[in-house]
Design a protein around this ligand. Structure first.
Ligand code: HEM
Length: 520
C-alpha cells in the first residue's frame, strides 16, 4: 500500500471517529512528508505550492515498450498536425486498436511499471489508457454526430487490451477506470514550455499562462479549441496552491479568534479567486464556442446508469468483470476550486436537499483521493470554525465574506453563460458530459449562491467605514444577485420549454439516436 493510501485510510478513520467531536484534523499535505517519502506519493498529492495540480508536470513521452499505444494516440486525433485526417476522423480507431494491440503484452508491461512504483509513469499511462478507452467507446457516437448532428449508442464492450491495463492502473492509483478531469483529460495533460528556473524560489510557480502551455493528448486537435479549453483550466488551477494556503490560514485564524490574521487571509483568498475568474474569462478567446461540440462527444461518460442513453446497458470491461460498469464522464464539475469555496463559505450546507445536490455530492467522488479527503475534511472544519458566523463579527470580515460569495457568483454566472453559448445553443441533448441534467443542475447551484449573497447583503446595508478598496467592490456587487436571480429563473423556464419541444428527439433516441439541432 502506498504511503498516501495509508494516510488516506488513517485520515478517513479519524474523520469518522471524530464525527461528533472537534476539531477535525487537517489532512496531510505534500510538505508534511520528508523528501524521500514525497517521491513515492501519488502525483495528485496536495501542496501549498501546486495545490491540486500534480506534484510533477505530466510525463510527455512514454517508454518504447508502450510504442504501440503511443502510436495509436498520436494517429487518432481528428485533425493531424500535418492537416490530414486521423483515425477518429475516418472511423478507424476501433479497428486499429483491435489489430495493433493484440499480443502487444501491454497488461504485463503495466504490471511491471506498477511493481516499480514509478508514480510519474503510472499517471501518464493512466491518462493514455483513459484517452484510448474513451476514443474506443465513443468513436461511433462521434461519427454519427458528425454525419447527422445526432448522437447514437457507443460501443458497449471495452476489449481486454485496453480494459485490463486501465483497470490495474486505476486500482493502483485509486481512480475509477475511466477518464477523469484531474487524472487524465485536463490536469495530467499539459506541458509547460518555459518553466523558468525551477531551483530559484522566486521563479517557482511560473509559466502557467495559457500561451506557455501545450497539450499532450487530444481527440480533435492538439493545437486548436480543444487545447484552449483544457489549458485554460490548467491556468486557473495553477492558482490552487494559493487557495489551499489562504484557506488554511483562514481556518487557523478563525479557530484562534485572531481577527487581524483572519482578514489578511480572507483578503488573500479573495484576490486569488479574482485571479482565477480573470483567467476563466479568457476561455472565450482560447476556445471557440462553435468548436466545442467537435470534441465533446469523446468526454461523455458511460453513466449515470439508465440516464445515459449512449450506454443503456453500461460497458463490459473484457477480462476484468462480466458485469457492465458505468461511470460519469469528464467534467469541470470534478474540479476542486469551486467545491473548496463552497465548503469554506459553508455554501454547501445551503444547497437544497434534492437530486441535483445528490449529483453534486456524487461528482465529489470523481477526483483524486487526496482531493476527496481534503474536501470532506474542509466541509467539517469550516463548519466547526463557523466561518460564516465568525465573519459577521466584524464589518471588514463580513465584506470580505460577501465578496468571496460574489466571486463564487461570478464563476457560476460566467459558467452558466459558457453552457448556454458552447452547448445549449447547438444541441438539446439533455445531459451534460458529467451526466447531470444540463438545464437544471447548474441553475440549482447558481441559485443557491445568489440567494445566499442576497441574504448576506442584508447584514451589510452600507459600506460606510470599510476600507476604500472593499467599499468600491461591495457597492458594485450590491443588487446584482437579485437581478441575476430574476433573469436566471426566466431563462430556466424558457430552456426547459425548449427541451420539452425537442422531445420528439427523445423518440428518435429510442431507435438509437438523440436530439441535436444539427451541428456536426
Ligand atoms: C467552455 C467552457 C465550459 C463549458 C461548456 C462547461 C460546461 C459544464 C457543464 C455542462 C457542467 C455541468 C456538469 C456536468 O458535466 O454534468 C459543468 C460543471 C462544472 N464546471 Fe464547467 N464548463 C466549462 C468550463 C469550465 C471551467 C473553465 C471550469 C473551471 C474549473 C469549470 C468548472 C466546472 C465546475 C466547478 C462545475 C460544477 C458547477 C457547480 O457545481 O455548480 N468549467 N461545466
Amino acid at each position: 500500500m502506498t504511503i498516501l493510501r495509508q494516510a488516506i485510510r488513517q485520515q478517513r478513520r479519524s474523520l469518522a471517529s471524530l464525527a461528533h467531536t472537534t476539531p477535525t484534523p487537517r489532512p496531510l499535505l505534500l510538505e508534511d512528508y520528508s523528501p524521500a517519502e514525497q517521491a513515492k506519493l501519488p502525483q495528485f498529492t496536495i501542496s501549498r505550492e501546486r495545490g491540486f495540480l500534480p506534484r510533477q508536470d505530466p510525463l510527455v513521452d512514454l517508454p518504447k515498450e508502450f510504442a504501440p499505444l503511443d502510436s495509436l494516440l498520436k494517429r487518432m486525433t481528428i485533425r493531424q498536425p500535418d492537416g490530414t485526417q486521423g483515425l477518429l476522423a475516418l472511423g478507424q480507431f476501433g479497428d486499429a486498436v483491435n489489430a495493433e494491440l493484440k499480443g502487444a503484452g501491454l497488461a504485463e508491461k503495466v504490471d511491471q511499471v506498477i511493481a516499480s512504483g514509478n508514480q510519474h509513469l503510472m499517471s501518464a499511462l493512466f491518462r493514455d489508457f483513459c484517452f484510448s478507452a474513451s476514443a474506443y467507446l465513443l468513436e461511433p457516437v462521434d461519427q454519427h454526430f458528425r454525419a447527422t448532428g445526432q448522437y447514437c449508442s457507443g460501443r458497449d464492450v471495452l476489449p481486454a487490451e485496453l480494459a485490463v491495463p486501465l483497470n490495474r492502473l486505476a486500482d493502483a492509483l485509486g481512480h475509477f477506470p475511466f477518464m477523469e478531469y484531474s487524472s487524465s483529460y485536463a490536469l495530467q495533460n499539459y506541458q509547460r514550455i518555459n518553466k523558468g528556473n525551477e531551483t530559484d524560489p522566486q521563479r517557482l510557480g511560473t509559466g502557467w499562462e495559457t500561451d506557455n502551455l501545450r497539450l499532450i493528448r487530444a481527440f480533435e486537435d492538439a493545437d486548436g479549441s480543444e487545447a484552449g479549453f483544457i489549458l485554460v483550466h490548467v491556468t486557473m488551477v495553477a492558482h490552487s496552491g494559493q487557495v489551499v494556503h489562504y484557506t488554511e490560514n483562514v481556518l487557523e485564524a478563525a479557530n484562534a479568534g485572531d481577527r487581524k490574521a483572519f482578514n489578511v487571509a480572507m483578503r488573500g483568498l479573495l484576490s486569488t479567486y479574482e485571479k482565477i475568474n480573470v483567467a476563466m474569462d479568457t476561455m472565450w478567446s482560447w476556445s471557440r464556442p462553435v468548436d466545442y461540440l467537435k470534441f465533446r462527444s469523446f468526454i461523455f461518460g458511460t453513466g449515470p446508469e439508465k440516464a445515459n442513453e449512449m450506454f443503456p446497458h453500461g460497458v463490459v470491461y473484457e477480462g476484468v468483470d462480466e458485469e457492465p460498469k458505468t461511470f460519469r464522464g469528464e467534467s469541470g464539475a470534478n474540479d476542486t476550486l469551486i467545491p473548496m469555496l463552497d465548503n469554506t463559505t459553508q455554501t454547501t450546507a445551503r444547497l437544497p436537499r434534492n437530486e441535483l445536490t445528490a449529483t453534486l455530492r456524487e461528482f465529489r467522488a470523481y477526483r483524486p483521493a487526496a482531493q476527496r479527503v481534503y474536501l470532506e475534511a474542509l466541509e467539517h472544519r469550516a463548519t466547526e470554525a463557523n466561518i460564516a458566523e465568525f465573519s459577521k463579527g466584524n464589518k471588514e470580515s463580513l465584506a470580505l465574506f460577501i465578496l468571496l460569495l460574489d466571486q463564487n457568483r461570478e464563476f457560476r454566472d460566467r459558467h452558466w453563460r459558457f453552457t448556454k453559448q458552447y452547448i445549449l445553443r447547438y444541441t438539446n441533448f439533455p445531459i451534460a458530459t458529467g451526466g447531470s441534467p444540463i438545464v437544471k443542475y447548474l441553475p440549482n447551484n447558481l441559485r443557491t449562491v445568489l440567494n445566499f449573497l442576497d441574504e448576506a447583503f442584508t447584514l451589510l446595508p452600507t459600506s460606510t467605514g470599510l476600507p476604500d478598496d472593499l467599499a468600491i467592490k461591495v457597492d458594485a456587487a450590491r443588487g446584482r444577485a437579485e437581478t441575476q436571480l430574476r433573469v436566471l429563473d426566466r431563462e430556466v423556464v424558457q430552456l426547459e420549454g425548449e427541451l420539452v419541444k425537442g422531445s420528439h428527439d427523445k423518440r428518435a433516441w429510442n431507435k438509437g439516436m438523440v436530439g441535436s439541432d444539427g451541428v456536426g
